[in-house]
Design a protein around this ligand. Sequence first.
Ligand SMILES: Cc1cc2nc3c(=O)[nH]c(=O)nc-3n(C[C@H](O)[C@H](O)[C@H](O)COP(=O)(O)OP(=O)(O)OC[C@H]3O[C@@H](n4cnc5c(N)ncnc54)[C@H](O)[C@@H]3O)c2cc1C
Ligand SMILES: *[C@@H]1O[C@H](CO)[C@@H](O)[C@H](O)[C@H]1NC(C)=O
Ligand SMILES: *[C@@H]1O[C@H](CO)[C@@H](O)[C@H](O)[C@H]1NC(C)=O
Ligand SMILES: *[C@@H]1O[C@H](CO)[C@@H](O)[C@H](O)[C@H]1NC(C)=O
Ligand SMILES: *[C@@H]1O[C@H](CO)[C@@H](O)[C@H](O)[C@H]1NC(C)=O
Ligand SMILES: *[C@@H]1O[C@H](CO)[C@@H](O)[C@H](O)[C@H]1NC(C)=O
Ligand SMILES: *[C@@H]1O[C@H](CO)[C@@H](O)[C@H](O)[C@H]1NC(C)=O
Length: 533
Amino acid sequence: MLRSKMFALLSVFLLSISWEATSDLDHENFLHCLLNHSQPSYPISTAIYTPNNESYSSVLQSYIRNLRFNMSTTPKPLLILTALHESHVQAAISCAREHNLQMKIRSGGHDYEGVSYVSDVPFFVLDMFNLRSIDVDVASETAWIQVGATLGEVYYRVSEKSKAHGFPAGVCPTVGVGGHFGGGGYGNMMRKYGLSVDNIIDAKMVDVNGRLLDRKSMGEDLFWAITGGGGSSFGVVLAYKINIVRVPEVVTVFRVRRTVDQNATDIVEQWQQVAYNIDDDLFIRLTMDVVNSTTRIGEKTVRTTFRALFLGDSERLLSITNASFPKLGLLRSDCIEMSWLESVLFWTDFPLGTPTDALLSRTPQSLVHLKRKSDYVQKPIPRDGLEGIWKKMIELQVPQLTFNPYGGKMWEIPATERPFPHRAGNLWKIQYATNWNEGGQEEANYYIDLTRQLYSYMTPFVSKNPRQAFLNYRDLDLGINHNGKESYLEGRVYGIKYFQVNFNRLVKIKTKVDPGNFFRNEQSIPTFPYRKK
Ligand SMILES: Cc1cc2nc3c(=O)[nH]c(=O)nc-3n(C[C@H](O)[C@H](O)[C@H](O)COP(=O)(O)OP(=O)(O)OC[C@H]3O[C@@H](n4cnc5c(N)ncnc54)[C@H](O)[C@@H]3O)c2cc1C
Ligand SMILES: *[C@@H]1O[C@H](CO)[C@@H](O)[C@H](O)[C@H]1NC(C)=O
Ligand SMILES: *[C@@H]1O[C@H](CO)[C@@H](O)[C@H](O)[C@H]1NC(C)=O
Ligand SMILES: *[C@@H]1O[C@H](CO)[C@@H](O)[C@H](O)[C@H]1NC(C)=O
Ligand SMILES: *[C@@H]1O[C@H](CO)[C@@H](O)[C@H](O)[C@H]1NC(C)=O
Ligand SMILES: *[C@@H]1O[C@H](CO)[C@@H](O)[C@H](O)[C@H]1NC(C)=O
Ligand SMILES: *[C@@H]1O[C@H](CO)[C@@H](O)[C@H](O)[C@H]1NC(C)=O
């Protein structure tokens, strides 16, 4: 009695203040449907934000991590459902199916192309940020982590329980667990421990029929798919269970910068020989950007930055770099010893001495408009190739390159172990990064074009047939799925680049668990085109 009365009141209230804007019967029914699925102990009304709700814009904006998708022209969701309980996820799936509405799933919102909160067709956002508990069990060296947690929270909570443990995942602390783990997840411990997904041992998810599944009940195929194949093609992941890994109480970091004017090309040449062969405890990332030359006034030069994490003390680090990477000229004074948790802050450019609870902040240090692309390198780039790249970068000025070395554990794990296929044979991954501050579509087109020009210039130096790409570095230039009759063929185009040999297995699993392609987006895994009648 009480419940139905409340429902009636609420729907009148919500409809009158929030829904007249779209006055589309289907969407009204969708809202009704959500409210109708509310369980007394977990009322759904407190989780629904329609456009007329005062907080709608701030809820939407609080997890937009690319300002390119914070424009007035960016398509907005019909509503945001900020799930507080798994029953809200089940209601979202059931009602979206019933009303044939596109659902976008967002955890941390870091998707480079905004795929988790933008769509060209009418849609709503299932926002997971409230589901963010982290349960660390040091005795069994495991943790259950809900998808709305950020990587910074994961690192902080693991360290809080044990200074001898960490987890191999991304370097940006505000990245969400949901998208990051679903798409592979790499960071500066990957040469020692592999990807995030190489350390996932269980998961909880809701499937297209609203069933709550764990690894045992979903089966090994589906579990495999959601550990690197992009969760959003298969269901809504609620939580992952991980093995935490051992880290020493003292690690060493350094950041060494040399411009091409200061013979950086020699150092890069040696980096290209050693970065993926060196001790697994050592990860040296190389970033290149364009700066003013200090020796040739008024001219530009390329600056290289070598940033490292070493899982050990500076004494052992120096003996390794002296023996294997002498061109870097690393000095004791370049090395900073600290705890593993502090190294996370160092890697994301917090000033030295910043308290570690800065990792609990959900607000990024800065937000920009951005474009990213990725590539894989399978043989060192010859010296004249490097010199050509410097010239091209100076011409384009804005796009930066980052080389992330593989080797170690990354090469020991077979390419089919997880959907992420880029293992042995790949020396390093390239990230193309262009950031800008000006709003507006024209500016965006200009900077995106610069990024594409550098990507195009790099063609001779990177993997081909297919030209591989990393799913977590979402890039809609690789192809878009319209989820219509051509869905399989469209999906193959980007699917082969992201997943190579694993693409077919993903399609097979997708066809089995979601034959109606409910869980779809611009780059989701398609179903097979032919279906038995
Ligand atoms: C500043 C920055 C730094 C980064 N650094 C790294 C790095 O070091 N290493 C690395 O590997 N990547 C890195 N990335 C990329 C990042 O891993 C991906 O963008 C990742 O998908 C983000 O996860 P999210 O939950 O924040 O994103 P979201 O935008 O919320 O989600 C990304 C995708 O996953 C889907 N998804 C999200 N949650 C779920 C869920 N619960 N169930 C099913 N599907 C879901 C979404 O629908 C979307 O398709 C970085 C990105 C940024 C912006
Ligand atoms: C709400 O649920 C009742 C009973 O379960 C059903 O009869 C009714 O049609 C539902 N209304 C909507 C809008 O889904
Ligand atoms: C909607 O807006 C009102 C204030 O206008 C606020 O009290 C409420 O918490 C908001 N959100 C939801 C889910 O109702
Ligand atoms: C996003 O856009 C809104 C509306 O224009 C603006 O108020 C907000 O500051 C923007 N967010 C950021 C981080 O710039
Ligand atoms: C660069 O290399 C040249 C030739 O080996 C050397 O003479 C010069 O001192 C080097 N410059 C720097 C800044 O290391
Ligand atoms: C680089 O030089 C230009 C002039 O050539 C100047 O306008 C700009 O501020 C300089 N940038 C930096 C970071 O010093
Ligand atoms: C490494 O080389 C530097 C500079 O040549 C030297 O000062 C240092 O003692 C060496 N360290 C080790 C551990 O070999």
